[in-house]
Structures are given as structure tokens and as C-alpha cells.
Design a protein around this ligand. Structure first.
Ligand code: DC
Length: 223
């Protein structure tokens, strides 16, 4: 098995880049943010306060979360219901960042993530993949970009989807999520010491994909 860990802040382009690179190398792409988002959705649906660690932790035994692949596209199932599209709202994004601070939530998802990487070659993206989930990953990449450029990209993406979007609100959300993800006590977003850092602020998507594939290819040659 070969494993690639891609970590970095929200909106750095991790998922698009990781998905494309996975297709290029024939690896499975695992979007771990979807798992935290699914727990956040379950809390919202049953009225549990995402800041109440006891309430969220008590809910976990009732949740069965599975990642399945249809034509190499990841779908996430919550108690056998496909919630892949429902977890993409701004409300779920912010709630996912809050539930991800809870130690019980992180422990609950750790086993599932490691199991996926044992069964197949993966490119896994998240916040703590290179540091906690797969500390022995063959390749580790820390993908980052300035908050301004991440907000610009998100704005463009929403506009292309025909959604109403406000730059100031998007920028504020990005800065707040960075703050929450970097400063939580358990498994905060941070660069693994042995990660290759790629700052994509001044790069196009094409250039970023090429750079990531290059790093992976080098890692495969060295293995
Ligand atoms: O990558 P994303 O935006 O879908 O992630 C949603 C939230 O989940 C993010 O704000 C922090 C959390 N998360 C995490 O704590 N650890 C991961 N490996 C992936 C996501």
C-alpha cells in the first residue's frame, strides 16, 4: 500500500488537487473532512449542540458512517443514507469545525480512517493526516494559500454555482475556521515536520496539481 497525506487549511484546494492526483495514480481519494461534516449534520438534525462535548459524544454510538466509492467518487453514508450533498452547506462547515474539537469525535473517526489506508493505496486529505492519522505516510504534503486567495477562490466557486456570495462573510468564515482548526487542543491543524510545504497563493490550479503529482512521483521513486 502507498499512502499520501495532504493537510492544510480550509479552501487551499486540497480536495480538488487530491482527487485529480488520486485519479492520475489510480489511488483512492479519501476526503476526511466529510466524516466530521457528517457528524455535524447528525447533530444538527437531532438538535444536539455542536459545542456540547457530552451531548455530541453520547450521540456517536448511534451513528454508523461509511465511505463508499461509485466510479471512484466518494459518497458518505450516515446510517445507510447518502448525505454527500447535504454536508456541503456553510452551516455544516462551521459546525464540523466545532465538533472536530471534541476528543471523542476524533477517536471515533481515527479507526475508520486508518482502516481505509490499510485496505488500499490512498490520498487522504484533512488537517491531521500526516501528524496523527497516518504518521507513517509515504508522502506528506502541507498545502496552503493566503486567506485572501482562499476567499477569492471560494467566492468564484459559489458564483459559478449560481449562489449568492459575499466576499467579506466568506473571508471572515475562513479566518474563523483557521483559528478554530489551528488552536484546538486535540490534533490541531499543523504541518508535520517531514511534510513538503506547497504554498499555492500564486499558483493556478493546474500548476498546483502538477506540483503535487511531482512530489508524489518522487516519493514513489524513492520507495
Ligand atoms: O476539509 P473540510 O473543510 O471538509 O473539513 C471540515 C472540518 O472538519 C474542518 O473545519 C476541520 C475538520 N477536520 C478535521 O478536524 N480533521 C480532518 N482530518 C479533516 C477535517
Amino acid at each position: 500500500m502507498f499512502s499520501v497525506a495532504i493537510d492544510g487549511p480550509a479552501g487551499a484546494g486540497k480536495s480538488t488537487i487530491a482527487r485529480t492526483a488520486a485519479a492520475e495514480f489510480g489511488f483512492i481519494y479519501v476526503d476526511t473532512g466529510a466524516l466530521y461534516r457528517t457528524i455535524a449534520l447528525a447533530c444538527i438534525e437531532c438538535g444536539a449542540d455542536v459545542q456540547d462535548a457530552d451531548a455530541v459524544t453520547a450521540l456517536l454510538p448511534q451513528l454508523q458512517i461509511r465511505l463508499v466509492y461509485q466510479d471512484a467518487v466518494q459518497r458518505v453514508l450516515l446510517n445507510d443514507r447518502d448525505v454527500s450533498d447535504m454536508i456541503r452547506t456553510e452551516q455544516v462547515s462551521m459546525s464540523a469545525s466545532l465538533v472536530s474539537r471534541i476528543p471523542g469525535v476524533r477517536a471515533f473517526l481515527l479507526h475508520l480512517q486508518r482502516q481505509l489506508a490499510q485496505e488500499q493505496s490512498v490520498i487522504m486529505d484533512g488537517r491531521d493526516i500526516g501528524t496523527v492519522v497516518l504518521p507513517e505516510a509515504n508522502v506528506k504534503i502541507f498545502l496552503t494559500a493566503s486567506p485572501e486567495s482562499r476567499a477569492d477562490r471560494r467566492l468564484l466557486q459559489l458564483q459559478q454555482q449560481g449562489e449568492k456570495a459575499d466576499y467579506e462573510a466568506i473571508y471572515r468564515d475562513i479566518v474563523q475556521r483557521d483559528e478554530q482548526d489551528m488552536h484546538r487542543v486535540v490534533a490541531p491543524l499543523k504541518q508535520a515536520e517531514d511534510a513538503v510545504v506547497l504554498d499555492t497563493t500564486e499558483m493556478t490550479l493546474e500548476q498546483s496539481i502538477r506540483a503535487v503529482c511531482e512530489i508524489i512521483r518522487k516519493g514513489m521513486d524513492e520507495k
